[in-house]
Design a protein around this ligand. Sequence first.
Ligand SMILES: [Zn+2]
Length: 70
Amino acid sequence: MQRGVLTMRRAIIGFHRDEENHWVAELDCGHNQHVRHDPPWTVREWVTTEEGRRSRLGVELECKLCDEEA
Ligand SMILES: [Zn+2]
């Protein structure tokens, strides 16, 4: 099913921290996407725990980099 707005959705396959200690999700397209927990602006409490991150594996995020390449 095609939608009017092109938005690539990619599954999370892993996580790592960047040099500033922010969490980065690794997507199955090979791109990375920040998933910062930076309250009160960005609240992603789940990313701070091993269990929370594991529960998000396989969840799809919109990949702007894939959109730009498409
Ligand atoms: Zn991508």
